[in-house]
Design a protein around this ligand. Sequence first.
Ligand SMILES: C[S@@+](CC[C@H](N)C(=O)[O-])C[C@H]1O[C@@H](n2cnc3c(N)ncnc32)[C@H](O)[C@@H]1O
Length: 422
Amino acid sequence: MKLLKEIPITYEWSFANKTRKDTSYITHGYYTYPAKFIPQVAAKIMQDYSSEGDIIVDPFLGSGTTVVEALVNKRVGIGVDVNEIAVLLSKVKTTPIDSNLLSDAYHKLLFDVENDTLVSGDILKKIVLPDRVDYWFKPHTKEKLYILLGHILTINNIDVRDFFLIAFAQILKSCSIWLQKSVKPTRDKNKKDCDPFKKFTRQSKMMLKKHAEFTRIILENGIDVIDKYRIVENSDARKLPCKNGEVALVVTSPPYVTSYEYADLHQLASLWLGYLDELSGFRKKFIGSAYTDRNARDLQSPLGEKISTDLGDNKKGRGVRNYYADMLESFLEMKRVLKKGGKAAIVIGNTKMRGVDILNAEVFKEQFENIGFKTFDIIHREIPSKMLPSTRDPKTGQFTKSTNNNKELVYPTEYIMIMEKL
Ligand SMILES: C[S@@+](CC[C@H](N)C(=O)[O-])C[C@H]1O[C@@H](n2cnc3c(N)ncnc32)[C@H](O)[C@@H]1O
């Protein structure tokens, strides 16, 4: 089998000249979401493989990059994610709000928080925080965050309230004792205290400015009622809110097997916003989590079978097999919603685990071709070094500190697979 790494790199897709400011333009920089793709990649895929007015779907919505870009590029955007934070974030990032309304609500909120008009109010009594909050937050910081959240929840306009909930969610990591540079849940008991009110003010101000820009673009694009142009839902990639054959293009970057435990990463926001009753149940919803266990199933990929056999009959081997089985189901759902000739654009990288090459792109290609797609194009893309997610421990396949001597650079390149429904 010809390995995809032999495909020459197309530098036009690297966007190496783009700065952080460019990649976080309009609403893209509201929240630090792991493994996002840059908006420029999503936009170029749409421009090259769809037309204005088309329906674009992202079954692994994450921070909503695809749906934001669908609206900017005059398409209809639909996305789902099992993570409620992702859905709330995507909703906020794609909902235009009148700037004066937002600015008035902001000033009122600051006044109320500073004068703490609510301390003994009913709303605060209604916020029941799980005990795990105390594991991550010092008592005096927790108290301030509690007041802030209490006041945000009194805002009547739901779009405005959700906007400030995202500003709140974004400051949680730096206000907690979560080791700042770590994506894994690690405590740093010596972490410097921060002032939640100051952080929130700074975050909100940045978002207010960006939201005005976003709202202007949406209005210019003639989008009157946003719900006609955008659906974001808390659902599984294998259950899309779309009719058979109505979608022109899927644009997505799926989860990576055991790279991130998405449930763990989002636990701070999930704890405060009331999305987390039980961490272990939450984890099982995520494709690529080491916590799922699936029965044997035809992977529609001899290569996928071989990779999982090479890893052995152990947690890793089974994890990779489950992952390919779950991904196959999501591809079948893409097939259901795509029209004939419609395309699925999958952004994916390969990796290595315990010395075994985890050839995700090659496996996905086999799976797609076995269920009624043809390979339309495969773009080999270099990820500029400043955007590299991290370094990886080759034994575990997980992200690791750059000081780890065994580390390897991961995903220096990735593939954009354009698969056409026959
Ligand atoms: C690589 S991220 C997507 C990032 C996105 N492209 C962006 O720009 O933000 C993968 C996403 O898949 C989601 N996910 C994992 N399992 C899922 C499932 N079964 N159904 C839907 N989404 C799922 C995770 O919550 C995560 O947000």
